[in-house]
Design a protein around this ligand. Structure first.
Ligand code: BEZ
Ligand code: FE
Length: 308
C-alpha cells in the first residue's frame, strides 16, 4: 500500500471510476475531480473551510423549493449559467442569441389573444406596447411560433415570487402568444424595471462578501419555439438600464438590448387602449431551422422542470 500524497491523491480517486461508466459521466467526473483537486491545492483549502463550503451547499438545498431555486441562482451569480449559454450559442449561430432562463419561469402560462395586456390592467409603472415578428434565417415570417414570456411586475418581483408585496393575479405578467401567417406578435404591458436577485439566502453571502451588487438590468424573458426550429431561450434588456454593464448574473449581450421609445401620439395611444403617452419596444426574433426538434413545448418543459 502506498501513502497518499498531495500529488497522487487525484489519480487515486480517478482510478476508482469504473471502466464501463457512461462516457459522458466519466468525462465530467474526471474533469470535476481534477479541477477541484487543483483548486484545493491552489488555495491551500483548510478542513474548516471545506466544512464551511459543505454547509453552504446544504443551505442552498434547504432554502430551495418549487418557488425558489437557490442552486440555479448560485450558478447564475458565478457566471456559470452565462458561460453555458455562450457555449450553446456556438451551435445556434445565426439565430437570436440566448440568455439565462432564471429561476422564475413558470410552466403553464395561459395562451392569450394577440394584443392582450399581460399586466391584467395594472396601472402602476409605465405603459408599454411591445411588438415585432419571428422570422427564419432568410427573413421569412414563421407562422405558429409560440412566444412564452414573463417579466416582473412594476414593483420588482415576479407575480408568484416569495416577497411580492402586492397581490397580483396568478400568471400576471406571463403569457403565451402564437404568431399568425405574418409572423408578427404584439402585446401590452408595463415597461420592465431593474430589480435585484434574491439576497436573503446563502447566495446573498457571496454577493455581500465579495462587494457585489445584486441588480439585474430591466428585461423581459422569452421562450420562442416551434417544431422544426431550435428553441430560443432569451431575455431582451431595456437599453436605458443603468445595470447593462454590471448584471449580477451576466446575462446581457449587445444584440439583446432594446430601446423603448416614448410615443406621445394620442391617436396611437387610443388605438392601443392607453389614455396617454406610452413606451414602444420592438424586436424581431430569428429562428434557425432544425428538423430534429419535435414536440418542442414538451422537450422544453421537461428541461425546465429538471431544475426544480
Ligand atoms: C431573472 O432574470 O429572473 C433571474 C435570473 C437569474 C437569477 C435571478 C433572477
Ligand atoms: Fe428575470
Amino acid at each position: 500500500m502506498r501513502d497518499l500524497t498531495e500529488s497522487n491523491v487525484t489519480e487515486a480517486v480517478l482510478d476508482k471510476i469504473a471502466d464501463d461508466t457512461n462516457p459522458r459521466l466519466k468525462e465530467i467526473m474526471t474533469a470535476l475531480i481534477r479541477h477541484t483537486h487543483d483548486f484545493v491545492r491552489e488555495v491551500n483549502l483548510s478542513s474548516d473551510e471545506l466544512l464551511y463550503a459543505a454547509r453552504f451547499i446544504q443551505n442552498v438545498g434547504q432554502i430551495s423549493d418549487d418557488k425558489r431555486e437557490e442552486g440555479v441562482l448560485l450558478g447564475d451569480v458565478l457566471g456559470i449559467t452565462a458561460l453555458c449559454e455562450i457555449l450553446g450559442d456556438r451551435v445556434r449561430v445565426g439565430a437570436t442569441e440566448s440568455s439565462l432562463l432564471g429561476p422564475f419561469y413558470r410552466e403553464g402560462a395561459p395562451a392569450r389573444e394577440m394584443g392582450a395586456d399581460i399586466s391584467h390592467g395594472d396601472e402602476t409603472g409605465e405603459p408599454a406596447y411591445i411588438h415585432g415578428k419571428v422570422v427564419d434565417s432568410d427573413g421569412n415570417p414563421i407562422e405558429g411560433v409560440i412566444l412564452d414570456l414573463w417579466q416582473t411586475t412594476p414593483n420588482m418581483f415576479y407575480e408568484a415570487q416569495v416577497g411580492q408585496p402586492d397581490p397580483y393575479e396568478d400568471y400576471a405578467y406571463r403569457a403565451k402568444f402564437k404568431t399568425g401567417a405574418d409572423g408578427r406578435y404584439w402585446f401590452l404591458s408595463r415597461k420592465p424595471v431593474d430589480y435585484p436577485v434574491p439576497t436573503d439566502g446563502p447566495v446573498g453571502l457571496i454577493l455581500d462578501g465579495t462587494g457585489r451588487h445584486s441588480w439585474r438590468p430591466a428585461h423581459l424573458h422569452y421562450l420562442v419555439y416551434k417544431d422544426g426550429y431550435q428553441t430560443i431561450q432569451t431575455e431582451l434588456f431595456n437599453s436605458d438600464s443603468q445595470y447593462l454593464d454590471s448584471d449580477a448574473v451576466f446575462g446581457v449581450k449587445q444584440s439583446l438590448v432594446v430601446p423603448y421609445t416614448l410615443n406621445d401620439d394620442p391617436a396611437e395611444a387610443a388605438r392601443h387602449g392607453f389614455t396617454g403617452p406610452f413606451y414602444e419596444g420592438h424586436y424581431d426574433f430569428v429562428m434557425k431551422d432544425d428538423a430534429s426538434v419535435v414536440d418542442a413545448e414538451k422537450a422544453y418543459s421537461q428541461r425546465a422542470s429538471m431544475s426544480s
